[in-house]
Design a protein around this ligand. Sequence first.
Ligand code: SF4
Ligand code: SF4
Length: 341
Amino acid sequence: MCHGKERTDIGLRFWVFVRKTGILSARILLYYKQRPSKEVDCGKMGVLFDIQRYSSHDGPGIRSTVFFKGCGLRCLWCHNPESFRPDKDLMYVPEACIGCGLCEQACASGAHVFDPAHRLDRSLCVRCGACAAACPAEALTCTGKEYTVGEVWEVLERDVPFYRSSGGGVTLSGGEVLLQPGFARDLLRRCREEGLHTAVDTAGFVPWTAFEDVLPFTDLFLYDVKAVTPEIHRQGTGRDNALILENYVRLIRSGARVWVRVPVVPGYSASVDEIRNIAEFLRENEPECVELLTFHRMAESKYRSLGMTYAMGDTKPPSAEEMEGYRAEMEKILDCEIRIG
Ligand code: SF4
Ligand code: SF4
């Protein structure tokens, strides 16, 4: 009897052991099946404010440019102030308003006031977007939307024949792409899987680890150098440039293909001295080419529609002759191609 009971206990313990380890193994197997794989689009969302098709300014050939929302810099001349904040923004163009009052009905915060003219009180707005959805005249628009990689790809894939025939591809721009490095990496990887050329436009004001995330899937970097003199950079962008310059050097030394973009802005980089300083900085780590981007005021109305002040006042763009002069100064110092854009 005693032996029989012992056998029963041993059998029971063995059965429990088998069950436990079996369940454990099943759980381990399940975990490995379900864990986020680096090879799979796991549904990560990115916040974007535009996807522009048929672009010819953001890398070689015909491209689609995907604009990421959120930026750590505050360049006074920025062409995309709707990119500054990482989430939604409400844009309002009073000239387009037809006075229907539907926004007032839609807004639970009481931000739309008719007394009797229509006024938007932004201090009450929580950026829910309800008024923009109700506005029949598109006087109100909500910018900033979450996308999955699959949703972005649905837009990008429409133009694959154009990318292929023109030597183009897809560029991620912003805002600052590398503030959403996981989503950027997944999107770039998807484009690569489809055999497309990929580019990342960055201002470089991010930790180096964000570059490491996207480097394996990026064919070309468009790298903004706004100024190398720290004081000029701080005045123009609100931030120090040490991290940006350090990341630039690391990027070149990693073997990446890089085009440098220099916005030529009166009062900031638009001086022979600063253009020479930038060229001297680049000489040690030359990019493939430098694009000198002529300042323009086309974004001024966007600032108004966001309720922001346009800090560039009535600053005039540099003339064509001045731009040629800056190009000539750079050519004295650098061997690479210098373009004016
Ligand atoms: S975004 Fe929302 S809170 Fe802001 S004004 Fe429109 S409805 Fe009101
Ligand atoms: S819904 Fe649009 S058009 Fe109508 S009052 Fe509001 S902003 Fe104007």
